[in-house]
Design a protein around this ligand. Structure first.
Ligand SMILES: Cc1cc2nc3c(=O)[nH]c(=O)nc-3n(C[C@H](O)[C@H](O)[C@H](O)COP(=O)(O)O)c2cc1C
Length: 189
């Protein structure tokens, strides 16, 4: 009998060819936080090795939450690079995941040029003093884990449609009929 580890599984909406998942281990191949060819190749090779899913380590939600300045900041500028990484992994038959996080007290404050945050001011494992997080910091950082936007009054909220496929969320937001451009026939006098 084949071990269950080698049998396919569904992880939420994602189908995995087996249950072997490469854990997040910081790859150290993204100078200045860029998605480099080396990072793509690292994960492509893991996929090629036959895992069900590989995990990119890691994507920081805020600049001071990077482990150091060479850690990827999850921002619009890196989406194209991440897309080429997932395309390369998917081509091997594996799925791709990413660890999204905030390094808190283990962020390298000197490298980031920003204080690392902890529940209270204390010496961090990195040997520098952390700043005690304020309620505003906690609110900001939890917000950075979410993608939220406000809708203008002109939106037809009853007919918003959302579709998630291959890790991309598409949201179609129609305008209300009364704010659509209208043609008015000019009557000749
Ligand atoms: C070189 C190295 C880098 C690591 N980087 C990360 C990381 O970026 N994020 C994380 O959550 N864990 C990281 N880890 C922890 C591994 O994911 C963890 O060791 C692995 O899940 C094995 O689990 P175990 O420690 O319980 O044996 C790293 C481990 C090593 C050895």
């Amino acid at each position: 009998m084949t071990s269950r580890a080698f049998q396919p599984a569904n992880l939420g909406p994602v189908s995995l060819r087996n249950r072997i998942i490469k854990a997040a281990t910081f790859e150290g191949v993204m100078p200045a936080g860029e998605v480099t060819d080396d990072l793509v190749e690292f994960h492509r090779r893991v996929g090629d090795g036959g895992v069900g899913m590989t995990t990119v380590a890691y994507l920081a939600v805020s600049p001071e939450g990077r482990t150091d300045r060479h850690c990827i900041l999850l921002a619009p500028e890196v989406v194209a690079g991440l897309r080429s990484l997932t395309d390369a992994v998917h081509a091997t038959g594996a799925a791709a995941a990413a660890q999204i996080g905030h390094a808190g007290p283990v962020a390298n404050a000197r490298s980031n040029g920003a204080p690392s945050l902890a529940p209270t001011r204390a010496f961090s494992p990195m040997g520098s003093l952390t700043r005690g997080a304020t309620e505003d910091d906690i609110e900001r950082i939890t917000g950075e884990f979410l993608r939220r936007f406000s809708l203008p009054d002109s939106v037809d909220t009853q007919n918003i449609k959302a579709k998630a496929a291959n890790g991309v969320l598409e949201v179609a937001i129609p305008k209300l009929a009364q704010v659509q451009p209208q043609r008015i026939t000019v009557e000749a006098a």
